[in-house]
Design a protein around this ligand. Structure first.
Ligand code: FES
Length: 113
């Protein structure tokens, strides 16, 4: 089995994330609202998420990603760009847990018409 459970804080639904897939890939496939203004090419920071559990299972952030995160609001040590954080291996226990920062959720709602 090459998939794990992806739990999104504040969203009661269950999502899955496969090895080799980014968080944005999984979001788009499963109807999870995650903004992605640049289309997933590391040229904005609207796909900002915080990985609360399972950070060690993801690809390392590139210099480009870190530069983009510098422009994001409310950045912390667990911040990643959803389009760049790719699952490399399954967690040994539990699920991957992420949080979509509240300001990002608001931006999606305001632009959502
Ligand atoms: S969608 Fe633009 S950086 Fe991820």
């Amino acid at each position: 089995m090459s998939k794990t459970r992806l739990s999104v804080r504040g969203d009661a639904r269950e999502f899955v994330l496969a090895v080799g897939e980014t968080i944005l890939d999984a979001a788009l496939e499963q109807g999870l609202k995650l903004d992605h203004a640049c289309g997933g090419v590391c040229a904005c920071s609207t796909c900002h998420v915080k990985i609360k559990q399972g950070r060690e299972c993801f690809s390392a952030a590139s210099e480009e990603e870190l530069d983009q995160l510098d422009t994001a609001r409310d950045v912390s040590l667990d911040s990643r760009l959803g389009c760049q954080a790719k699952l490399l291996r399954l967690p040994t226990a539990g699920a991957i847990e992420i949080v979509i920062p509240e300001w990002n959720v608001n931006a999606v709602r305001e632009g959502g018409h």
